[in-house]
Design a protein around this ligand. Sequence first.
Ligand SMILES: CC(C)(COP(=O)(O)OP(=O)(O)OC[C@H]1O[C@@H](n2cnc3c(N)ncnc32)[C@H](O)[C@@H]1OP(=O)(O)O)[C@@H](O)C(=O)NCCC(=O)NCCS
Length: 137
Amino acid sequence: MIRQCTEKDIPQVAEIEKLSFAHPYPAFVFKKYLRAKFLVAEEMGKIRGYIIGVKMGEKGIIISLAVHPDYRRKGYGKKLIEELVKIMDASIIEIQVRIGNKGALKFYQSVGFERKGIIPSYYGNGEDAVVMFMRKG
Ligand SMILES: CC(C)(COP(=O)(O)OP(=O)(O)OC[C@H]1O[C@@H](n2cnc3c(N)ncnc32)[C@H](O)[C@@H]1OP(=O)(O)O)[C@@H](O)C(=O)NCCC(=O)NCCS
């Protein structure tokens, strides 16, 4: 089931975040997004993944997306992004991805995102960001 995140989901979301990123967002950051489009994928009472989207001007921006490492390549990421795109009131959805995150780049391409360009040295470690976008049909 894909549904809006609530405060009691945040410990599980923060745990998935910790398992997924070298520089994870702490739990309080997630609390700030509870009123944004913040979706979780839940199965058997457990959170398998989450996605956060916000509107910035005319664009929808994906702030974060992660699926628990034990549940990847099972379609949760795709379901989360498809639902987010559906509910975002924006004609263009954008995401910035670390250039070294080849799995995520392939994932976004497979769900219909295209490469828009590169932001050099965008991240703290000097890594470039790839900007990807999708036009809502
Ligand atoms: C990126 C991420 C969210 C994808 O979630 P997921 O649930 O595993 O993705 P799905 O199962 O919906 O994958 C859909 C398709 O995307 C592509 N894909 C997904 N992960 C991939 C990978 N690591 N390598 C290559 N292709 C990949 C495949 O085409 C896949 O279809 P298939 O499994 O039938 O081949 C997940 O790998 C993750 O949490 N990564 C760590 C956090 C991260 O990098 N987040 C994005 C930051 S911008």
